[in-house]
Design a protein around this ligand. Structure first.
Ligand SMILES: CC(C)(COP(=O)(O)OP(=O)(O)OC[C@H]1O[C@@H](n2cnc3c(N)ncnc32)[C@H](O)[C@@H]1OP(=O)(O)O)[C@@H](O)C(=O)NCCC(=O)NCCS
Length: 143
């Protein structure tokens, strides 16, 4: 594997392919643009030659770090790539003085749960609650 680095837009189609192969929901370009305005250094890819082998999307809200959409292409699994992606993300969050990292795993994702526990991420009893908000009215239409 060539290394871990920050996402570049030229990676987008290959990142989407990794997410699709990993059964992970794809972030649209518009969603990613909004994320990259805040903390672009926390969206990482693992390169192998011309391939994107893995991807992880981190965020920091000023109090907690969050890890989302970790995926490694099936052809590159069990080579330590996800471990290296998470280690680099942890290093970057630590540099921001982030004291704790959270993440969500579907309860039937046995491999994912084993992976996270191996890295020291332990299940909590909290239940995720969620509510969608209505789309924001563009400024030029609101008056
Ligand atoms: C989970 C996932 C990211 C792991 O990627 P990876 O690069 O293969 O992981 P690593 O090689 O760094 O694995 C590190 C350790 O985690 C554990 N692990 C990883 N995959 C595992 C699996 N399928 N079953 C059991 N344990 C597993 C092992 O202990 C492994 O060490 P070992 O290979 O020496 O036994 C990858 O399987 C994937 O993309 N899965 C689909 C998407 C997903 O579930 N993402 C996480 C959702 S929160």
């Amino acid at each position: 594997m060539s290394g871990i680095r920050q996402f570049r837009w030229a990676d987008y189609d290959r990142v989407v392919a990794v997410w699709r192969e990993s059964g992970i929901g794809v972030l649209s370009r518009a969603e990613l643009e909004a994320k990259l305005e805040r903390d672009p250094e926390l969206f990482l890819v693992a390169e192998s030659g011309e391939d994107i082998a893995g991807v992880v999307l981190g965020t920091y809200d000023g109090r907690r770090g969050w890890i989302f959409r970790l995926g490694v292409h099936p052809g590159y699994r069990r080579r330590g790539i996800a471990t290296r992606l998470v280690a680099e993300l942890e290093k970057r969050l630590h540099a921001l003085n982030c004291p704790r990292i959270n993440l969500l795993v579907l309860p039937d994702n046995d491999a994912g749960l084993r992976f996270w526990q191996r890295l020291g991420y332990l299940p909590c009893p909290d239940v995720l609650c969620s509510k969608p908000l209505p789309a924001r009215i563009p400024n030029n239409l609101s008056s």
